[in-house]
Design a protein around this ligand. Structure first.
Ligand code: SF4
Length: 196
């Protein structure tokens, strides 16, 4: 059914906007010393509809999703000219699944080919074999972390959206994000769910 090897051409990094969680942002700060304001931005929820059940973030002038910055040519802020990712070792979790996806079926995490990647991802080749076990196992492990990180992200957003005190600027939201990310980093570490 499938063979896959990332050819690092960066096609997927020019095609999609990349939603990030507070823990994705913390990894960029911790391992890449990035200032979040330089690499993430709020995207208007009405222009960039989310396909997940993550709530939009309420700021003073509208509702937004937080994503990696998009350059003028539509590419990700971390895409190098040679097609390689500048933050490959600690890139956002959503990037690490492509060209696969996980689905939770009857309590089991199942790894499947992302149908949107068919004919798009040059490293994905369909043959008569199943997805290699090392890929399945690695992505199942990652999916457990992702599911927990998304739960914590949803909690953070709901808390922010339901709070009526203080300013609703993007700057204030980012301060809230970083503070909470450190607390959740410790929580995940204690549960063996930390990934670089
Ligand atoms: S973070 Fe890296 S892998 Fe993800 S879209 Fe950007 S360049 Fe591509």
């Amino acid at each position: 059914m499938v063979k896959f090897r990332c050819l690092q051409r960066g096609y997927c990094c020019r095609r999609y906007w990349i939603p990030v969680t507070h823990l994705d942002i913390l990894r960029l700060v911790l391992y890449g010393c990035y200032n979040p304001r330089d690499v993430v931005e709020p995207l208007e929820a009405s222009v960039y509809p989310s396909t997940t059940d993550i709530p939009a973030i309420r700021l003073s002038d509208g509702e937004y999703y937080i994503a990696l910055k998009i350059e003028r040519d539509g590419s990700c802020v971390f895409l190098n000219r040679d097609g390689k990712c500048k933050v490959h070792e600690f890139k956002p979790l959503v990037c690490r699944f492509y060209p696969f996806i996980y689905v939770v079926r009857n309590g089991d995490i199942v790894i499947e080919v992302n149908t949107a990647a068919l004919g798009e991802c040059p490293g994905l080749v369909l043959d008569d074999k199943p997805i290699p076990q090392h890929i399945v196992k690695e992505l199942q492990k990652l999916a457990k972390v992702r599911i927990e990180e998304l739960r914590l992200w949803r909690e953070l957003i709901n808390e922010w959206n339901n709070s009526v005190a203080g300013s609703r600027s993007f700057e204030d939201f980012m301060k809230f994000v970083i503070k909470r990310a450190w607390a959740d980093y410790t929580y995940l570490k204690e549960r063996g769910l930390l990934v670089k």
